[in-house]
Design a protein around this ligand. Structure first.
Ligand code: TYD
Length: 235
C-alpha cells in the first residue's frame, strides 16, 4: 500500500500560503493520490469550536497553548492518523510549528513547556478513539530517561517566509483581522524568528520558501520543492 504523507504549511499571517496549498493538492490528485486538506487549529467539529475561541477570545498564554494542543490532539486522533493509515496525503494548513512560532516566539511562552506538550500530544502510536475503546492516555515521554519515543511530525513542512512589513501591507487590504492578525509588526517579527528557530532545530523536514516573490514564482518554487522532495529515497 502507498505510504501516507503528511505535509504542513507555515508562515506568518499574510504570507499567502492558502493559495499554494490548493495547488499542491491538485498536484497530488493529478498523480492519483487521495488528498485530505485540513487546517489547524481546526479540522474536526470540536477543534473548529476551539479555533473560534482561541482566535477571538482574550486568554492567558498557557490557556492558549493548551487549547492549541487540545485541538491538535483531537485532529490527530480523528483525522490525521486515520488518513495516514489509509495511505492518503494530508496537507495541513499549520501544525505544531505554528505553536512554537506564535505562542513560543510571538507570545514569548516557554519553549520547553511547548516541547513537553508536543511530546504528550504527538507521541506515537496514536490510535483512533473509535477503534480503540481501551486506548490509554499517552504515557510520560521517555525523553527524561535519555531517549524519546517517536512523535508524529509532518514529513515535510513548507515555510512561507516573508518580511512582516510586507505581510502587514497584504493583510491591510484583506478581511477583518482576528486576534493574531491584529498584532503589531514586532509580534510577527518574533513569530518569524520562532519559525527560523524551529527550522534550525529540524532542517531536514523544514523547507523555506521566499514568499516575497510574485504568486507565480512562489507557486513554481513550491511545486519544484514538493516534486523534488518526493524523489528522495526516504520519501
Ligand atoms: P490562519 O491559519 O492564518 O487561517 P486564516 O488564513 O483562515 O486566517 O489562522 C490561524 C491563526 O492561528 C494564525 O494567526 C496563527 C494562529 N495559530 C497559533 O497562534 N498557534 C497555533 O498553534 C496555530 C495552529 C495557529
Amino acid at each position: 500500500m502507498t505510504r501516507g504523507l503528511f505535509i504542513s504549511f507555515e508562515g506568518i499571517d499574510g504570507a499567502g500560503k492558502s493559495t499554494h496549498i490548493a495547488r499542491v493538492a491538485e498536484l497530488f490528485r493529478q498523480a492519483g493520490r487521495a488528498v485530505v486538506l485540513t487546517r489547524e487549529p481546526g479540522g474536526t467539529p470540536l477543534s473548529e469550536n476551539l479555533r473560534e475561541l482561541v482566535l477571538h477570545e482574550p486568554m492567558d498564554a498557557l490557556t492558549e497553548a493548551l487549547l492549541m494542543f487540545a485541538a491538535r490532539r483531537e485532529h490527530l486522533v480523528q483525522v490525521i492518523e486515520p488518513a495516514l493509515a489509509r495511505g492518503d496525503v494530508v496537507l495541513c494548513d499549520r501544525f505544531t510549528d505554528a505553536t512554537f512560532a506564535y505562542q513560543g516566539g510571538g507570545r514569548g511562552f516557554d519553549w520547553q513547556v511547548l516541547a513537553q506538550l508536543e511530546r504528550m500530544v504527538q507521541q506515537l502510536p496514536i490510535h483512533a478513539a473509535a477503534t480503540a475503546p481501551d486506548h490509554q492516555a499517552p504515557k510520560a515521554c521517555p525523553a527524561r530517561e535519555g531517549g524519546c519515543a517517536s512523535l508524529r511530525q509532518p514529513d515535510l513542512t513548507v515555510w512561507f517566509d516573508l518580511d512582516p512589513l510586507i505581510a502587514a501591507e497584504r493583510l491591510a487590504s484583506a478581511r477583518v483581522p482576528d486576534k493574531f492578525e491584529s498584532q503589531p509588526a514586532d509580534f510577527f517579527a518574533a513569530v518569524r524568528a520562532g519559525y527560523a528557530r524551529r527550522q534550525a532545530e529540524v532542517p531536514d523536514r523544514f523547507a523555506r520558501i521566499e514568499a516575497a516573490q510574485s504568486i507565480e514564482a512562489v507557486g513554481a518554487d513550491v511545486s519544484r520543492l514538493v516534486t523534488e522532495w518526493l524523489k528522495r529515497p526516504a520519501a
